[in-house]
Design a protein around this ligand. Structure first.
Ligand SMILES: Nc1nc2c(c(=O)[nH]1)N[C@H]1C(S)=C(S)[C@@H](COP(=O)(O)OP(=O)(O)OC[C@H]3O[C@@H](n4cnc5c(=O)[nH]c(N)nc54)[C@H](O)[C@@H]3O)O[C@H]1N2
Ligand SMILES: Nc1nc2c(c(=O)[nH]1)N[C@H]1C(S)=C(S)[C@@H](COP(=O)(O)OP(=O)(O)OC[C@H]3O[C@@H](n4cnc5c(=O)[nH]c(N)nc54)[C@H](O)[C@@H]3O)O[C@H]1N2
Ligand code: SF4
Ligand SMILES: [Mo]
Length: 865
């Protein structure tokens, strides 16, 4: 079979992939050597994309309620209900909520329909939760939403600062490029994050700042540079009082106190920064997801502008984007606060875009931003909503209220690739979208590189591309000619023409070279970067006077912890899962790195509250509460806890992080402050613990306190815990020959269900005893001839348990790595690679291995003393 070049489905690094189909729904996935983002490398998620392209859980037909419907019926219904709602209540009574996981072409069509034809700007995107503070910050400073940096800058910089970014897990290939640059030329790396993440492993400095103090830090650093005579105002518009503000109260000691880091550590960072003009500062959600996110962004941009670290190779501020097409969405103007093609709602822009689209009903002002949008449903103002490629019932703050809103809205449409998501459950109409490997179009990555996503599989069932679905609804609403697209290339050309339309150099986003691209050239399009290599090299910015603008940013006062909510809840990502797990959750290999949603807590806090490692704890906030498995870890600061965003009602009875954050947003961007919510935490006792391994894809709801599901080869593993009689779990066991073993003294019960010599299920529960490792039992799902001896839970060789999976590619567990380090006296990551293979393929686990090495060596030393 021929190989197809495409782009990874996941993060904004935008790695090129070569996919070679090996059957109708299988493919070999490799990194594309020729792609400028990754030069052939892929992280653990990209490497294992092949495990997620089967049809498990797919939505394959349009559904009206719980009944299958034809496309005609479903599209007619959507068009009719939107039309009726608009006729009755006006254009602002309807809304779209879209996603950075749409392709640029999909996004363009949805944006055009809402803003030019329906006549409302009520189209917002999950990028509101992700990039909107960066967008607002760029607009304030540069006059346009421009990311000036490129990945090549990472190879030319002498200092790289990561602020609020766990790149080792979230942008792994960027992180590997940074590590390669360090190895090649000694580039220094500083990480600023309240948590000691794997990204900090091997960094030159880690500043564990108090959350929400990044403005103080950046202003303190700017004051330091100013005192050293390193600042200048060329090409800058400096607001009155800017320097007076920076020169007051931003001394090293005050800054150290505000940020709660040691003055000596801060001084080391400031000195290094001052000495190193070629600096790239990468920032991500630790900066954006704050109720002062936009000011935090501008504090970073101020620093780079005023110290001349911009417009030069190896010196730039670098907002790294989350989703594969977060940037493409910004380019078409898919946020409620932007219009189209990097234009805002200024009257001449509205007129210009209106002319270009020949639009009958132009929106003239910004629409509702995500959090307000869902609140407006509650208030009865938005009555029809269409959600595409996002799962707000999980991912919005105060998600409990969002679910209520979704359950109450008069008309809800969801376009997704998966049939049952927490959001789709409430839909009146579900539309089956084409997924990765089937869809066709373009994406823009973090460094402005536009790449093609190309199909290498046929559309399954009746799935259709998102652009097709939207244009069919638009045509049924009466706008046939304006939405007469036959293929993505038609849309791409129109988008390119709009970026160039009456532009006259005012907007840097200008794709005029693509305005007349042929269909074949579009198909063959190689990755290219718009805007050139070193933006702003000439010192000119897309503002009216051509100058960049410094913005006065003030550190907000930090409130002391509240009596009822003494902890601060921080939320974020795991290395091997993607958001709400609708896709990564299908891959057995990706499941084993973190099998359950955990709350990380500092040992002091755990001890004070009676919380134990691997026990259960309930996290509460004013919005809601959820259960988590406990991970006691000194990588947390005291008083701060961390939970992952990935788990949903579909796979777990707890771990629902989305229920917890407050719906407070940044005043400029509307981005929620996901990274810090006042919270409390308490231990939860369970009388018994256990696990259930089930053959097949089916999902069961287990009647107990704690149940979380992961996919394993051939079936699923549920971890369970509860109170009362565990026997009620047995009702969930499939039929078959039952064997069981009971140990009364420990309260242990082991049950296996066998069918035709194969394992259908095993259930182990215990009140006081230990549970065996799951690995061997899981392997038995794929074995022939399983007998009653399966209850022993181990094979003849008595292999030791592997422990949590560290290296996904070679399936190597923590215990194996520790044993090898001890037995073979391994000293570094390459040595572990040589001994076990671990870390020698995708490399995502190399920071973890470095961490294990350091810890094992510390423990060995300790034991020797
Ligand atoms: N594995 C994986 N990778 C992903 C994703 C995924 O779901 N899984 N999602 C993608 C998407 S859409 C996004 S947006 C990116 C997000 O990528 P990141 O932003 O790197 O990831 P997060 O885990 O959300 O948060 C980053 C860090 O911010 C820190 N932080 C919290 N508060 C503060 C603060 O006040 N100051 C500072 N300086 N730091 C703080 C947190 O402790 C956390 O370690 O990842 C992308 N890549
Ligand atoms: N507490 C907390 N909450 C957060 C964050 C945080 O750090 N903390 N981070 C926020 C951020 S940065 C982000 S980006 C969001 C992400 O949150 P979401 O966007 O809600 O998460 P996903 O799971 O990526 O949802 C994508 C959905 O689209 C579907 N899908 C995949 N491909 C396609 C396609 O081609 N077409 C269609 N129509 N559907 C498709 C998937 O099955 C899935 O249901 O979460 C935000 N929420
Ligand atoms: S870093 Fe990983 S998830 Fe991100 S684009 Fe590359 S392979 Fe995909
Ligand atoms: Mo994101």
């Amino acid at each position: 079979m021929t190989s197809i070049r495409t782009t990874c489905a996941y993060c904004g690094v935008g790695c090129g992939i070569t996919a070679t189909p090996t059957g109708p729904r299988t493919a070999t996935i490799r990194g594309d050597d020729a792609h400028p983002a990754n030069h052939g490398r892929l992280c653990s998620k990209g490497t294992h994309l092949g495990e997620t392209i089967g049809l498990t859980g797919r939505l394959l037909h349009p559904m009206i309620g719980s009944r299958r419907a034809s496309w005609d019926k479903a599209l007619d219904l959507v068009a009719r209900r939107f039309r009726e709602t608009i006729d009755r209540y006006g254009p602002d009574s309807v809304a779209f909520y879209v996603s950075g996981q749409l392709l640029t072409e999909d996004y363009y069509v949805a944006n055009k329909l809402m803003k030019g034809f329906i006549g409302s700007a009520n189209i917002d995107t999950n990028s509101r939760l992700c990039m909107s503070s960066a967008v607002a910050g760029h607009n304030r400073a540069f006059g346009e939403d421009i990311v000036p940096a490129t990945y090549e800058d990472l190879e030319q910089a002498d200092l790289i600062v990561l602020v609020g970014s766990n790149a080792a897990w979230c942008h792994p290939i960027v992180y590997q490029r940074i590590q390669a640059a360090r190895a090649a030329r000694g580039t220094k790396l500083v990480v600023i994050d309240p948590r000691r993440t794997e990204t900090c492993e091997g960094a030159d400095l880690h500043l564990p700042v108090k959350p929400g103090t990044d403005v103080a830090l950046m202003n303190g650093l700017l004051a330091w540079c100013d005192r050293q005579g390193l600042t200048a105002s060329d090409h800058l518009d400096v607001p009155e009082g800017f320097w007076a503000h920076i020169r007051t109260g931003h001394d090293l000691w005050s800054t150290a106190r505000t940020c709660d880091v040691a003055p000596a550590l801060l001084e080391q960072f400031f000195t290094l920064f001052a000495q190193t003009p070629r600096t790239v500062t990468l920032f991500s959600q630790g900066i954006n997801q704050s109720i002062r996110g936009t000011d935090q962004v501008n504090a970073i941009l101020n620093l780079h502008l005023a110290t001349g670290r911009i417009g030069k190779q190896g010196a730039a501020p670098f907002s790294i984007t989350g989703q594969p097409n977060a940037m493409g969405g910004r380019e078409v103007g898919g946020l409620a606060s932007t219009l189209a093609a990097h234009m805002d709602f200024a009257p001449d822009n509205v007129a210009r875009v209106g002319r270009f689209w020949a639009a009958p009903h132009m929106a003239t002002r910004p629409g509702l931003k995500a959090v307000d949008l869902f609140r407006s449903i509650d208030e009865g103002r938005v009555k029809a909503l269409w959600i595409m490629a996002t799962n707000p019932a999980v991912s919005l703050p105060d998600a409990g209220r969002v679910r209520d809103a979704l359950a109450s809205i008069p008309f809800l449409v969801v376009s997704d690739i998966i049939a049952d998501t927490d959001s789709a459950t409430h839909a009146h109409v579900r539309l089956p979208a084409a997924g990765w490997g089937e869809k066709d179009g373009t994406v823009t990555n973090s460094d402005r590189t536009i790449s093609r996503q190309r199909p290498f599989m046929a559309l399954p069932g009746e799935a259709r591309p998102d652009w097709w679905i939207v244009k069919e609804v638009a045509r049924r609403m009466g706008w046939r000619n304006a939405f007469a697209y036959d293929r993505p290339a038609d849309i791409w050309r129109e988008h390119a023409r709009l970026t160039a339309y009456q532009n006259d150099g005012r907007r840097l986003l200008d794709l005029r070279a693509h305005a007349t691209i042929g269909n074949d050239a579009y198909d063959a399009m190689a990755p290219f970067r718009w805007g050139g290599e070193t933006l702003f090299a000439d010192g000119r910015y897309p503002t009216p006077d051509g100058k960049a603008r410094l913005v006065v940013t003030r550190q907000m006062d930090m409130q002391p912890p509240l009596r009822d909510w003494p902890m601060t809840l921080n939320t974020g990502r795991y290395r091997d899962q993607w958001h709400t797990m609708t896709r990564t959750g299908l891959a057995p290999k990706l499941a084993r790195h973190r099998e359950e949603p955990m709350v990380d807590i500092h040992p002091q806090d755990a001890a004070a509250l009676g919380i134990v490692d691997k026990g259960l704890a309930r996290v509460r906030t004013a919005q809601g509460d959820s259960l988590f498995r406990v991970c006691v870890s000194d990588s947390q600061r005291p008083g701060e806890i961390f939970t992952p965003i990935h788990w949903t009602d579909q796979i777990s009875s707890g771990g629902r992080t989305g229920l917890l954050p407050r719906p407070l947003v940044d005043p400029h961007s509307g981005q929620p402050g996901f990274k810090s919510t006042p919270a409390s935490i308490e231990p939860v006792a369970a009388q018994w613990q256990g696990f259930l391994i089930l053959r097949g894809d089916d999902r069961v709801k287990l009647p107990c306190l704690w149940a979380t599901r992961i996919t394993v080869p051939g079936g699923a593993l549920y971890e369970v815990a509860g109170n009362g009689d565990p026997a009620r779990l047995e009702a969930c066991l499939p039929k078959g020959d039952r064997v069981e073993a009971i140990d009364q003294t420990r309260g242990t019960r082991r049950i296996a269900i066998l069918r035709e010599g194969r394992l259908a299920a095993v259930l182990f529960v215990t009140r006081t005893g230990l549970l065996p490792a799951r690995d061997w039992l899981i392997e038995q799902l794929e074995a022939d001839q399983v007998g009653a001896s399966v209850l022993a839970a181990r094979g003849p060789g008595n292999q030791p348990a592997k422990g949590a999976t560290i290296c996904v590619c070679f399936d190597i567990g923590l215990n194996q790595i520790v044993a090898a380090i001890r037995d073979q006296q391994l000293v570094d990551v390459p040595a572990v690679g040589k001994a076990l293979g671990a870390g020698t393929n995708c490399g995502s686990c190399r920071p973890a291995i470095a961490n294990i090495l350091a810890q094992t060596h510390r423990e060995t030393l300790h034991a020797a003393e």
